[in-house]
Design a protein around this ligand. Structure first.
Ligand code: HAX
Length: 434
């Protein structure tokens, strides 16, 4: 057994009694109540999911295993001369809650290399799709096509055992993660670069992805930063929740993650990062090279709102301040692309949009989220095909959801099955409350 799997087995054994005790001794203790607004309005803030991988505080933003983003970036081992940590070490951290040593991280890098071969049929399937399919369709199809590789599905067929079920989930998760960067880069080169595919150099995930995309350093560091920042945002967001829901049926990691990626492809969720760039492009086209003043930018924002659309990259279902994932990327932009025109536009949006949203009085959070800034960085490094951005988000998000469903299996989380009511029932409840 690898060092990581051994450590994870130990963590799981230590954790299980906590879940068992909560269920057995405190199962009927209430953690909250549900209002009619919450039942109709997207289950906002209903506390009914459990994860230890990350926690999203509305004011502070995300913490991974108790660490803020700057703390994670500082603590994890990095490749020589690089600013951002190995994605492989971050995977171990999310799984175990412990910062791996450099030696342990390099062992995982080797393990990923040994698992990274993408089955040839995946590429046949992708080539059979219409080339103008959305890259998220390609990405999800590739993940689903690999389901036949599932070790968990085989384990289930051979006789399921709740205590050891996490092991094959972990195996599937590691296999999938090791392959997704190559699949994503293939989709990019196949769709946008006339099929000029670059072979996997078999180094660490960040380096591999940059080289297979055909983009020189420091793009390897951009990839590390991007995948880590987009990995996890606790369990209630649509992609994480969908993955968890599907996994709760004892579906394997391939079915579960493919479903989660479908949720990510919605414009109110992951697709927002492509929408930000689409929106900005439209603004730039209209300005025809003229640098906008704040007044001009405000007018574009107001026109968008008046036409009934949302301002992509602003607002959040949980956060009530500027997203620290936005801040991290902003700091990156200040260091690496301070004079970039698009960065300046995004920065101007930061100055004008919150006040406008506040004045309109509808959005509960007027501040920018992760998607407002991430596309600008990708554009700067040459990825101008913005409908590809959600695929990269998907590679990152897979790290979080795979760590989560491995733990779901370890703790024997049940089939998810909330209860629905009819409108008449809600009306009756409302009448009684009056
Ligand atoms: N622009 C205009 N209006 C906005 C808005 C924005 N950026 N954000 C919220 N609102 C509006 C909502 O549309 C809603 O209007 P209605 O009552 O007319 O339906 C009202 O303000 C209240 O919404 P809310 O409670 O503040 O926000 P929700 O929890 O309903 O939705 C969203 C959260 C992120 C979906 C929302 O803020 C939004 O549409 N933002 C733009 C799209 C976006 O950036 N999505 C990415 C979010 C981060 C993420 O998941 N990344 O993957």
């Amino acid at each position: 057994m690898s060092t990581l799997k051994t450590k994870l087995a130990q963590k799981i054994a230590e954790h299980r009694p906590r879940t068992t005790r909560l269920l057995k001794e405190f199962g009927d203790v209430k953690v909250g109540e549900v209002t009619i607004e919450q039942a109709i309005g997207g289950v906002r803030d209903v506390k009914c999911l459990v994860t230890d991988i990350s926690y999203l505080d509305p004011q502070e933003g995300i913490r991974f295993r108790g660490f803020t983003i700057p703390e994670v970036m500082a603590a994890l081992p990095k490749p020589d001369g690089k600013d951002f940590p190995y994605v492989e070490g971050f995977w171990a951290f999310l799984l175990t809650g412990e910062i791996p040593t450099l030696e342990e991280t390099l062992e995982i890098v080797e393990e990923f290399k040994s698992r990274s071969t993408v089955p040839a049929y995946v590429y046949d399937v992708l080539k059979a799709l219409p080339k103008d399919s959305h890259p998220m369709v390609m990405f999800n199809t590739a993940i689903l096509a690999m389901q036949k590789e599932s070790k968990f599905a085989k384990f289930y067929e051979d006789g399921f055992n709740k205590m050891t079920a996490w092991e094959t989930m972990y195996e599937d998760s590691t296999d999938m993660l090791a392959r997704l960067p190559e699949i994503a880069a293939f989709i990019y080169r196949y769709k946008y670069k006339a099929g000029d595919i670059i072979a996997n150099p078999n180094e660490d995930i960040g380096t591999n992805f940059a080289k297979m995309m055909g983009i020189p350093a420091p793009y390897d560091d951009v990839a590390r930063m991007y995948f880590i920042l987009h990995s996890d945002h606790e369990s209630g967001n649509a992609s994480a929740h969908t993955t968890h829901l599907v996994a709760s049926t004892l579906a394997d990691a391939y079915y579960s993650v493919s479903a989660g990626m479908d949720a990510l492809a919605g414009p109110l969720h992951g697709l927002a990062n492509q929408e930000v760039l689409r929106w900005l492009q439209a603004v730039m086209d209209k300005l025809d090279g003229v640098e906008p003043t704040e007044e001009i930018m405000k007018q574009f924002v107001l026109d968008t709102l008046d036409s009934g659309q949302v301002i992509p990259g602003f607002g959040h279902a949980v956060l009530r301040k500027t997203d620290p994932r936005y801040q991290s990327q902003r700091e990156f932009c200040e260091k690496h692309l301070p004079n970039d025109k698009m960065f300046k536009y995004v920065d101007m949006l930061y100055r004008v949009v919150p006040d406008i949203l506040l004045a309109k009085g509808k959005a509960k959070n007027p501040w920018p989220n992760v998607d407002a800034q991430s596309g600008v960085i990708q554009w700067f490094y040459g990825i101008t095909e913005y409908d590809f951005y959600t695929v990269m988000f998907g590679v990152g998000r897979s790290i979080g959801v795979l760590a989560n469903i491995t733990w779901d299996r370890a703790l024997g989380y049940a089939l998810e099955r909330p209860k629905s009511l009819t409108t008449k029932m809600l009306e009756d409840i409302a009448a009684k409350a009056k």
